[in-house]
Design a protein around this ligand. Structure first.
Ligand code: SAH
Ligand code: SF4
Length: 391
């Protein structure tokens, strides 16, 4: 069995220095050579080592004997009626026994921006009751390279590297200085703060000004409330923070987001108050999924405003996106509007997130890549429904 070659697509600067050292580049030249690799990989987006024209052939040959620039492979692409694209991606195999994990990644184009929603884990350990990903069996963390790889494959596909060609089907934002992938949100599969080091290293590659050059203000990490890691996110990454709140009292949040039993609302909001770098110019987004008859009353809207008093906050209302077998319904439009008005009148921006890509199960919380494996919770739900005689 042959050992798969390591891909350098997604590597950090330190890993590129190590790669050139591995092929015998003397110490004094390593910084310069690795900077050349960096430029070709991230600024020019080359997918083939031999395309690095200003590097001498013998060195390229040695690099190509050991390394590739393989990206995740697009196994399937679906394009929604609204232009949203969902990709099923297979990660390059990491060892002889690794077939390569499969994850989903979603691209949401608007006229003046394009947002890529990346996954940080294969599955999720947290089992929030309204989330499809929570029903998927946990498999593993993604590496930083696998996270960066999602951005690279999106830029390849959307013609977003120099010399690339934009696809003619579906919407890709265009115009002076507008990049196809201008924003990245960690809102795909997984809990990013349970994979902190990989997320941090991926953000450092994505925001490096000599490469992919994404602005830190255009990278948002969404957490269900892993309190002990939140300050590190602010200190070590400088990314924007989004918190999945969804309820204003612990008894309901315990049910919706079981992690609340470990880090209840009071601890979570305190961590938000202490979040490094939060200010009126860099507000924390609070996500609130609208579940019919569960958390959508005017009293809860008022409780939300009270809870967030004094915090530099934005509130993002997310209409619940149903998935096969989901135990909730989305609130009525009138109810969402009433809720939003109360929050808005209290002085908070309260945009309702337009559901994108629902028709291809690409909207928030609908991602799930391994349909054949079911988690303990999904099995329990299935067993309960059989006991109750439901279909
Ligand atoms: N694990 C992280 C990030 C991924 S989920 C987190 O929970 O924050 C991204 C967002 O989608 C979260 O706010 C999550 O609560 C929300 N979400 C999950 N399932 C959803 C659904 N079915 N409909 C609408 N939003 C959902
Ligand atoms: Fe995991 Fe986030 Fe889904 Fe909860 S909402 S199960 S933390 S992906």
């Amino acid at each position: 069995m042959t050992v798969p070659m390591k891909s350098l697509a997604g590597a950090t600067r330190a890993e590129l220095v190590a790669a050139v050292a591995e092929v015998g580049v003397p110490e004094g030249e390593r910084r310069m050579r690795s900077a050349q690799l960096w430029h070709w990989i991230y600024h020019r987006g080359v997918a083939d080592i031999s395309a690095m024209r200003n590097i001498a052939r013998p060195l390229l040959e040695k690099l190509a004997e050991r390394f590739t620039l393989a990206r995740p492979q697009i196994v399937a692409e679906q394009i929604s009626a609204d232009g949203t694209r969902k990709w099923l991606l297979r990660m390059p195999a990491r060892g002889v026994h690794d077939k390569g994990a499969e994850i989903e990644c979603v691209y949401i184009p608007e006229n003046d921006r394009g947002t890529l929603c990346v996954s940080s884990q294969v599955g999720c350990t947290l089992n929030c009751t309204f989330c499809h990903t929570g029903t998927q069996a946990w498999a593993r963390n993604l590496s930083h390279a696998e996270i960066v790889g999602q951005v690279m494959v999106a830029r390849d596909r959307l013609g977003d590297f120099p010399g690339g060609v934009a696809p003619t089907d579906g919407l890709v934002p265009s115009g002076e200085g507008v990049r196809a992938v201008s924003n990245v949100v960690f809102m795909g599969q997984g809990e990013p703060l349970y994979n902190f080091e990989s997320v941090r290293d991926a953000i450092s590659v994505l925001t490096d000004g000599e490469g992919l050059s994404l602005s830190k203000r255009r990278i948002t990490v969404s957490t269900s409330g892993v309190v002990p890691e939140m300050s590190r996110l602010g200190e070590e990454c400088g990314a924007m923070l989004a918190v999945s709140l969804h309820a204003t009292n612990d008894s309901l949040r315990d049910k919706l987001v079981p992690l609340n039993r470990k880090y209840p609302i009071e601890t979570l909001t305190q961590a938000c108050r202490d979040y490094p770098g939060a200010s009126n110019a860099r507000r924390i987004t609070f996500e609130y999924v609208m579940l019919k008859g569960v958390n959508d009353s005017p009293a809860e809207a008022r409780a939300l405003v009270k809870l967030l008093k004094g915090l530099p906050a934005k509130i993002n209302l997310i209409p619940f996106n149903p998935w096969p077998g989901s135990p909730y319904e989305c609130s009525d439009w009138d109810t969402i509007e009433r809720f939003s008005e109360i929050v808005f009148n209290a002085g908070y921006a309260s945009p309702v997130r337009t559901p994108r890509g629902r028709d291809i199960l690409a909207a928030c919380g609908q991602l799930k890549s391994e349909t054949e494996r079911v988690s303990a919770r999904a099995r329990l739900m299935l067993e309960e429904s059989l006991v109750n005689g439901l279909d």
